[in-house]
Structure formats: C-alpha cells, structure tokens
Design a protein. Structure first.
Length: 318
C-alpha cells in the first residue's frame, strides 16, 4: 500500500456502488484495513445524492456531477483509491491531478456485459474510452486475477488475489444453532445447494435452474434443493419461474458463514467473474464448489480437487 504523505493522512475511496452494497461486500473488508492507516476516508459512492459522516468515514453519494461538485471541498489527500477503469476510475484520475496525490486502482472485474442492450452498449463504449486513460495515469493497478490483466496497455500493475477471513468463514459442527429455519426445511430434503450473489444476467442463473429441474425430474422431485441468497433485477422473475427454490433476498454478511455451513455445496454458474469471494468463503467453510470455467475462477478452483469447473452456459454439464 502506498504510504500516506507526511502530515496528511486522508484517503479518497471511489467506488461505483451504493453505501448499502459497500457495507455488505468486499469493500467493507478493504475499508476496515485502510481505516487503520488513515485518519479520514472520503468514500465517493454511487446512488441517491447525500453526504453522511460515520466515524472516520464521510460518504459522498451521487453521480459523477455530484462527485465533481463535492471534490472542490477537499483541500488535499494523501492517496486516491479507485475501484474500476470505468467512470469511477476516470474521476479518480481527475482527483489525482487536482490533489497531486498518487492513484491506486483495484480492478476486480473484467467489466464485460452479457446482456445486449442500448445501456450496456453505451457502458462498453465509455469504458473503451476511459480504460486506457485510467491505466496509464495510475501509480499502480491491482488486479485480483491474472485473467483480467490488461496486456495491451503499458502500465504498472500487480496481481493480488482476494482474501477471506478464516476466523469468520470456517467449518462449523452440526449443532442446534446451525439448524435450518422452517422456511429452509420445507425446501431442503436431500442434497442442499446454495447460490450467493446478485441476480443479474451475467450470473447465468437460468442454466442453474434448468440443471436443478432436470436432476429432480430424473432422480425424483426434491432430490436436490436450491437456496438463493441475493437481490437483483431478476429476483421477481426468478421467483415466479422457480417456485420450488427458496429465495432469501439479501443476507447480512454476518449471517453468511452459518448459511454456507447449513448447505452441502455452493454453485456459481456465472458468465462473467474474475475472482469471486462467494467461492473463497464456501471453500473456507469446507464446502465443495461448482463454478463456471471463466476468467480467474480456474486460478482458485482446481477441478476435481477443491471443486468442479464446468463450461459456461451449459446446463447439461452443470
């Protein structure tokens, strides 16, 4: 980590996520570490416009225009920490220039969109313009897998895999505290599968639902149960089309370890993913995983050893 400048220990953290997502994701762990090194952390996040103080944190929520206005109030900072080479990364390069501070950018996604739409085309077009500028102007770019490293643009970078808190995520003995809730017991009979993540087109959930339906049709209804933990734009549609599955919605991070330990196996049929924490957390709990062979996942899952890799978009193999 870049050392803070002498006499100034303020950090600017830029991320294209809402405060709610930040507090319930890997960003919470990153900020917890940074909090020990910096006196003040200004978090520029995405969502409804507001400014909120929370201990060492100052959340500045809004869009790019909100951020630009708010940045005028920052006298200086010792480090700018970006989390993408999209709009957030480009804004981070502006702060680097204006505040004369080093810029570290963490890239934790390939930033590829599965669904074809005008909005995604526009995002891809903007990303193509911002990507090279962000990489070239960063003091250091940190990727969370070798698979997503940009090789065509000269820049200073390193690969640092995501970590997992093995004190929180660990195998637990079968106790009464781990007993499933009444809602879970109604759907969980034999092999209990768990999916943890957002419900969006890039997650490939339609292939998982198709695989579950085929297994239960061939082996008997209820042979396999599936619990879905997460929210997203496809939640309502998935609930309507898959009534036999249990949808928990967003689960607080503090409850995720126990949830994993109540299941037999964690599945991630994703189409676009770099180094997903959901798999790390499952393996830390001693659970086998089934995941798509895409981007950085083969760097964390050895097929047949700590999990199984399957081709993306293939419900039959899955």
């Amino acid at each position: 980590m870049t050392e803070p400048a002498e006499g100034n220990h303020d950090l600017v953290y830029v991320v294209l996520s809402s405060e709610e997502v930040i507090r319930n994701s890997i960003h919470a762990s990153v900020l917890e570490k940074l909090e020990k090194e910096y006196d003040r952390i200004y978090i520029f996040c995405w969502g409804k416009p507001y400014r909120k103080e929370a201990g060492k944190y100052c959340f500045i929520s809004g869009n790019l225009f909100t951020w630009l206005r708010a940045s005028r109030t920052l006298k200086r900072c010792s480090l700018v920490y970006g989390n993408d080479y999209f709009i957030g990364g480009y804004f981070s390069t502006l702060l680097r220039k204006w505040k004369k501070a080093p810029l570290v950018v963490r890239v934790g996604s390939p930033w590829v969109y599965e669904q074809r739409s005008l909005a995604n085309w526009l995002k891809a077009t903007i990303r193509a313009w911002t990507k090279e500028k962000v990489l070239r102007k960063s003091s250091l770019v940190i990727y969370n897998s070798h698979a997503v490293v940009e090789q065509r643009v000269p820049h200073t970078h390193r690969v640092c895999y995501n970590g997992v808190d093995t004190k929180r995520f660990a195998p637990e003995a079968k106790t009464e505290e781990l007993a499933a809730s009444k809602r879970e017991k109604k759907t969980q009979k034999n092999l209990k599968l768990l999916y943890v993540g957002n419900l969006n087109p890039e997650k490939g959930l339609e292939y998982l639902f198709a695989a579950i339906a085929t297994i239960n049709q061939e082996a008997g209804e209820g042979s396999v149960s599936l619990t879905i933990a997460g929210n997203g734009p496809l939640l309502e549609q998935c609930q309507k089309e898959n009534p036999s599955c249990l949808f928990l919605g967003k689960v607080p991070r503090a409850e995720v370890p126990a949830l994993i330990n109540r299941h037999d196996l964690v599945v991630l049929p994703t189409l676009v993913e770099s180094f997903p924490n959901a798999l790390l957390e499952a393996m830390a709990c001693g659970k086998p995983v089934i995941a798509s062979k895409v981007y950085g996942i083969p760097e964390m899952v050895t097929n047949g050893y700590n999990g199984f890799l399957v081709p993306p978009k293939d419900a039959t193999v899955l």
